[in-house]
Design a protein around this ligand. Structure first.
Ligand code: ACM
Length: 262
């Protein structure tokens, strides 16, 4: 199957321009699964909760409508980040969208830095979605630093982790090699580029979006400072065999009774 990502440079608050950028990058691209960055339509660096709220949407808002159009153009199921409004709360969320509409939502459970001032932490269980013949789970950016996130998705049966990101630290791409190796899953980390200097923050986003294989191999690595798209072919069955060799199975060999502190 064909899996890929779009690496973008969102302009803060300019949803229509950000949609146009994604649409331009996806011209003539066909795939089964495509991942876009965290908060790709709005930008990331807010100055207040009120400001973030003005860019928040319901699950059937304009970002989901845009993504649904992109699924028709690409033939792909698409995952992308957005600010989700639910009554008085807002969440840093990702949605998985097919031609028929939104299949599911993930609300980021590990909020990074000042995100804690704007967003409520995710309040729903991690989940895996069966799409045709593959299973995909979502996590968002900083979730990578908590290995329990990817492990939970793998235990739920994910073949692929869709990982919309706005990375500002230099460690994630290397960490994803371990996350994939230790769980024998594929991962698509879709990152953004550019800089946002707003309020008290001055973030430089690190690009280098990455597709990581079940065996830790890097199948695609984007430039650090350029908009970019890539799509690669993977054999998804590889993620279903958790045997590292004839003696070691990475799920069955766990010694849970010795892990009592987690
Ligand atoms: C991050 O979680 N966007 C750093």
């Amino acid at each position: 199957m064909k899996i890929g990502y779009v690496q973008t440079s969102p302009i803060f608050g300019e949803r229509e321009q950000n949609f146009t950028q994604v649409k331009g990058l996806l011209v003539n691209k066909k795939a089964d699964l495509i991942v876009l960055p965290e908060l790709f339509a709005t930008g990331y660096t807010f100055t207040s909760k009120e400001e973030a709220k003005t860019l928040a949407e319901s699950v059937d808002g304009i970002t989901s409508q845009f993504l649904q159009k992109m699924t028709k153009i690409t033939g792909a199921t698409i995952v992308g980040g957005f600010i989700e409004r639910d009554n008085n709360k807002i969440f840093n969320s990702a949605m998985i969208v097919s031609e028929t509409g939104v299949i599911g939502i993930y609300r980021k459970i590990h909020l990074y830095y000042r995100e804690k001032l704007w967003f409520s932490p995710g309040n729903q269980q991690l989940k895996v979605y069966k799409i045709n013949d593959f299973k995909v789970g979502m996590m968002i950016c900083f979730d990578w630093i908590f290995p329990e996130t990817a492990r939970t998705l793998a235990l739920l049966g994910a073949d692929i982790i869709a990982h919309p990101s706005n990375l500002v630290l230099p460690y994630c791409q290397k960490a994803m090699i371990t996350r994939c190796l230790e769980n024998r899953v594929f991962a698509i980390t879709s990152n953004r580029i550019g800089q946002e200097k707003r309020g008290l923050d001055n973030f430089s986003f690190t690009g280098a979006s990455q597709i990581t294989s079940y065996n830790g191999e890097i199948l695609s690595s984007a430039p650090k400072a350029k908009e970019f798209v890539d799509i690669v072919n993977v054999d998804i069955n590889r993620a279903r065999d958790k045997n590292l060799n004839e003696f070691n199975n990475l799920i069955e060999d766990r010694r849970i009774k010795f892990y009592q502190y987690i």
